[in-house]
Design a protein around this ligand. Structure first.
Ligand code: A3P
Length: 318
């Protein structure tokens, strides 16, 4: 069995090496697969899970385009399902739900049954690239969407801050990064199609996909946490409402609280993929309006125009 898995993994790598290649931030090699740009390193995992993932109807998938607030979404979903937000005092939100494509990245097929039920996974894979087994199953997906100007700024600073231990830093100017982003050349990009696919699915199958917006969550976290809990099949009881459970979850998962916790301030992760990523780098400033400090009016107009054109008549607006 192990030999078979190794052989399949080798085949995925060969298949990937023939896909169109471009470089993005940090000169990371991206491969074009089914219309989206994937980090070459995560693609074997994507291919593997497309063959082997067996979702159950109770699974919850936390989906997002990178730098849309996944860390927050993971913390909230974890607190809602455990009803014990204090566990986050000693656990980085990134460790609360495994990332599917990374889970499947190795040559061996992982045993997902070791995870506590109901299982919670995270993913950045676009809806159309998820395995048919997920499309067909009753498992639920919560998608967190963020206005593209923010995902651009957030990802630029995130990647500026990480490095391969053996390499000298390779800085890139913000305008250069924006050019790539506008061409869709970002991990899991283009961002617009990523958001649109989940948006359209949430419109036609609201029981399958709950579509949340980062900016709405910031404006009214309590309502959105209740929506999440209901969608996850774990609505708050009258007693929990009375006891202030919703407010407690919102407070503990807030940027201000999480970013100050020791577990989120120290340490490094991601070594498995050759990157040193500080635990703190998932918390930059979490501000709405922050893009104004990084994009000129002209740049913002250009990006907004692309966004308007790509989302035209979809019903998705910011
Ligand atoms: P900024 O870089 O704009 O500050 P992801 O988790 O998908 O990698 O996204 C990271 C973005 O979410 C960062 O945005 C980060 O600061 C923000 N973030 C992290 N935790 C958050 C929280 N608890 N509440 C709101 N935003 C949060």
């Amino acid at each position: 069995q192990k030999d078979k898995e190794l052989c399949a993994h080798q085949q995925y790598k060969e298949e990937i090496s023939s896909l169109p290649l471009q470089r993005s931030l940090k000169r990371i090699p991206l491969r074009l697969y089914k219309g989206f740009w994937f980090n070459e390193i995560v693609l074997p995992g994507v291919l593997s899970l497309r063959h082997h993932l067996c979702p159950t109807s109770s699974d919850i998938l936390l989906a997002s385009f990178p730098k849309s607030g996944t860390t927050w979404l993971k913390a909230l979903a974890f607190a809602i399902s455990t009803r014990n937000p204090d566990l986050l005092l000693s656990r980085h939100p990134q460790d609360c739900s495994p990332n599917l494509e990374r889970f499947f990245a190795g040559p061996n097929i992982p045993d997902l049954d070791v995870l506590p039920s109901p299982r919670q996974f995270s993913t950045h894979i676009p809806y159309s690239v998820l395995p048919k087994s997920i499309h067909d199953s009753l498992c639920r997906i919560i998608y967190l969407c963020r206005e593209p100007k923010y995902t651009l700024v957030s990802s630029y600073y995130f990647y500026e801050g990480i490095h391969r231990p053996e390499e000298a830093p390779q800085p890139m100017s913000f305008p250069e990064a924006m050019e790539l982003f506008c061409k869709g050349l970002s991990m899991y990009g283009p961002v617009w199609e990523h958001q649109l696919e989940y948006w359209q699915e949430s419109q036609s199958r609201p029981d399958k996909v709950l579509f949340l917006k980062y900016e709405d969550m910031k404006a009214d976290p309590m309502t959105n946490v209740r929506r999440m809990a209901e969608f996850m099949g774990r609505p708050f009881s009258a007693e929990e409402e009375m006891n202030g459970m919703v407010g407690e979850i919102v407070r503990l998962c807030s940027f201000e609280k999480l970013s100050r916790l020791e577990v989120n301030k120290v340490g490094v992760r991601g070594k498995g993929f050759g990157w040193a990523i500080k635990n703190s780098s998932f918390f930059r400033n979490g501000k709405v309006g922050d893009w104004r400090e990084h994009l000129t009016e002209e740049m913002a107009e250009k990006l907004d125009a692309i966004t308007r054109a790509r989302l035209y008549q979809s019903g998705l607006t910011y």
